[in-house]
Design a protein around this ligand. Sequence first.
Ligand SMILES: *Cc1c(COP(=O)(O)O)cnc(C)c1O
Length: 413
Amino acid sequence: MPITRDDCLHLDARDALAPLREAFELPEGVVYLDGHALGALPRGATARALEVVRREGAEGPVGTDPGAGGIAPPRRLGDRLAPFIGAGPGEVLVTDAASPGLPRLLGAMLRLRNGRRRAIVAERDNFPAGLHAAQGRVRGLRQAHELRLVDTPADLPAALDDDAAVLLLTHVDRRSGALHDMAALTQLAHARGALALWDVAHSAGVLPLDLPGTGADAAVGCTCKYLNGGPGAPAFLWLAPRRHGEPGLSPPGGWGHAEAFAEPLEQPHTGSGRFPCGAQDLISQTLVECGLAVFERTDLARIRAKSLALTDLFIALVEQRCAAHPLTLLTPREHARRGGQVSWRHPEGHAVMRALIDRGVIGDGRGPGLLRFGFAPLYTRFIDVWDAVQALCAVLDGGEWREERFRTRWAVT
Ligand SMILES: *Cc1c(COP(=O)(O)O)cnc(C)c1O
């Protein structure tokens, strides 16, 4: 039986998460399928940001919240975010962006391996920020490290030899949307004597995570994506509690001491609290709270169930309606191996995505011929999936993507 528009309306009517869509500012007439890159803005977030600017501007940080500029919010937000990744209080820090956070965590991991092992093992398709952090290490002054890239997960066992110091992986492949088995790969790394550092930017907020339960050593993630912390929202850093206080952790950042305003060589914070680097962007930190507040009205098991239902529907509808076109599904069909997005390859993927965006269906690309669609369960409806596939059919059937205006390349789609 082919799926109909009414089927989609039915699914929305029965969806327990449907009322949460109201919590976001979504433009009229747009199907927003890019929440895996930049989440929708929670309602009230701009007003909160303005309030922070006015309050801080008028009263200054002193007299309101001691240490408001740098110390308290990253730790307080970290505690609030901790349940999203299965962590406890004091384990997570919300700070800076992922790109500066990754080298800090990687440095900590390498130091914990005491410089005796040289190789950082990663996938070639890893998110670039991780690879850049690793390259920074490798090309550093002492050139003591080696970046070892594999093409597929099947090559990881061979790469994790007795020179491997750290396994650095992106939990959800940014191109295909395939989900790694974090527990199994962490176990493999440990069995080979390496530590496991995970990038969970594309999984936090769309599926339940239990980082301590997988045995991972450290992780980095973003709040600007499924967590809806707003544009340029900070990253979060997690250090496994069993690693807290280990001698050899890298030196602390600017606000990374146990006591605020400690002398430079005083006692560093023993856990993730050592990682901030100076005063933080208070406005962005405030927006993170607005995003997290919406999640606190539901739970991640429900969010994951809806995410799988949305992506199942999308795959089925595209196969039902667009079978005549050269689209190749890159995303695993198996639930256990799928993240929150669905990716297809089309020989003219960039132009197809440009034509879709012109029709008000916002997805993205990231690579030759790639069409990436993210389904943020808090605000994506089943009818949005139907409408997106309608638009995709129209673009492909009518050959709209051939128009000259869609053929110039954007730097980022
Ligand atoms: C978006 C993303 C990042 C972001 O890095 P920033 O420095 O915060 O821009 C890192 N890793 C992954 C896997 C991502 O998807």
